[in-house]
Design a protein around this ligand. Structure first.
Ligand code: 3SL
Length: 242
């Protein structure tokens, strides 16, 4: 690893050229990155992230209907006509095994699409943080951590996860020349990392999800280092690297 990774606060706060030649970790703790990591760890064949529902249905038209599932959310709820929503609890092995998931969500999947020009795109969250760190330690490339955020705004839980990755990768104190985004994420994790679930429950999106009836997704998505699957993009499809 060459220098302290920068942290972009939202999926909109960068120019797509900025990711070129780099290893990019995309985070959407609540819930796209946690759901995709869970799905691949439970045997999904691959995940195609798309920008909108139109792209999802266009891709599906060219696939055998038994081979894929249309997945994702709008306003946190399953999209009408889709097979699955965006709760990781829906992505059990018996549901996803061997299937290609065509995945559309409000912030996570468009952010993945915006990062697709990077040399390497991987998906990170609290669940697979340890495995992501192991992979990042091996790269010589510049690393960027991209938080999906919420509709061009910063999300507390994504910045917190970025801070956790930095702490594991570099240590509790970053060098003085670390970029502001990294300093902020690191300071946030120092302040709130010990009360992860409670602080994420208090976040804007934590409250939104609880109001929609998905409160139990929050402690699940805040579980540290339980999954060894690292989704890595190749030819537009995320598959599981272990
Ligand atoms: O914005 C996203 O990509 C989603 O993860 C949001 S939600 O948690 O499904 O509401």
């Amino acid at each position: 690893m060459s220098k302290t990774p920068d942290v972009f606060a939202t999926g909109r706060s960068f120019n797509e050229d900025e990711v070129k030649g780099k290893t990019v970790v995309v985070i959407d703790v609540l819930r796209a990155s946690s759901t995709i990591v869970t799905a691949l760890s439970n045997g999904a064949r691959g995940v195609i992230a798309v920008e909108d529902m139109g792209d999802a249905t266009r891709i599906a038209q060219n696939l055998d209907s038994s081979s894929y599932l249309l997945c994702g959310e709008q306003g946190g709820e399953k999209i009408e006509g889709f097979h699955l929503g965006n709760s990781p609890a829906e992505y059990a092995p018996e549901v996803v095994k061997g299937r290609t998931l065509i995945f559309n969500s409000t912030n996570g999947s468009p952010t993945l699409v915006r990062c697709s020009g990077a040399k390497e795109v991987i998906i990170g969250c609290f669940l697979n943080a340890g495995a992501v760190i192991d992979r990042l330690r091996e790269t010589e490339r510049e690393i960027l951590i991209v938080c999906s955020g919420w509709k061009s705004r910063l999300s507390f839980e994504d910045m917190l996860c970025a801070g956790y990755l930095l702490q594991q990768l570099i240590g509790a104190d970053l060098p003085d020349d670390a970029p502001d985004g990294a300093q902020l994420a690191s300071a946030l994790y120092k302040q709130y990392g010990k009360k992860l679930v409670k602080s994420v429950e208090r976040s804007n999106h934590g409250k939104r999800l609880a109001a929609l009836g998905y409160a139990t997704d929050i402690p699940y998505c805040c579980t540290l280092d339980t999954v060894s699957t690292v989704p890595v993009m190749q030819d537009g499809i995320f598959t599981a690297a272990r």
